[in-house]
Ligand binder design. Sequence first.
Ligand code: FE
Ligand code: FE
Ligand code: ZN
Length: 285
Amino acid sequence: MFYIGCHLSSAKGFLAMAKDAERIGATTFQFFTRNPRGGNAKKPDPEDIAAFLRRKEELGLGPLIAHAPYTLNAASDKPEVRDFAFRAMSEDLERLELVPGNYYNFHPGSHVGQGSEEGIRLIAGMLNEILTPKLHTTVLLETMAGKGSEIGGRFEELSEILSRTKHPECMGVCLDTCHVWDGGYDIKERLEEVLYEFDRIIGLSKLKAVHLNDSMNPLGARKDRHAKIGEGFLGLSAMGSIINHPALKDLPFCLETPNELSGYAGEIALLKTLRREPISAEGPK
Ligand code: FE
Ligand code: FE
Ligand code: ZN
């Protein structure tokens, strides 16, 4: 199954997202758990969720990605910012129990000058207070471009966070193609080597999802500006290699490109034409 989708607005609830996904040919999607710039989350509506779960089953949607707000920063030097991170993640994960078996993706955080060592300590500390094996959601660290004091621009930093958590089995990594490219990992010319590095440092078994974005900037720019598929420095051929790579092809791929729904529909259709059919183990019949 090719799980391909995009970021959708959660403003109208879960069932509305399933309808949007169907309309644009998506087989997975991502949504913000609350306003990306912070703030409170709406109370979930049990009827909407029940209807959504039925529709998800009928459509055969793959695992979904709930995205934490950008303002969630467990590595901040300000106690009130760390407190918001703790409360937002705790509450988001509690609500996601209503739609079990999916992913919760967050940006590890920015150490704002305290140094990545201290940032990593704070992030792992928060995770250790929140995560329990009772949760039915896998929490994903997103690979970052490494702009400013962002943590997660290097695979080593993500590995360090994972190794300090008491429940690494509750966690995984989401690879953002624009971010790793901007962070200096050449997934255009050296995809195989980058994945080898990922496997050596983090472990490919931890890789659970891909944010599929082209980049407006060259390799290593540390900028984080997403481009439409095939319209950036990565290009269409790199996108084709990524969605067909044996280590990646079964993961959910989520577009976060600058698009409206119709633009996403076009990119999803385009990516489907680039997807190669699996070759069966028995060979052609
Ligand atoms: Fe993100
Ligand atoms: Fe992303
Ligand atoms: Zn980004």
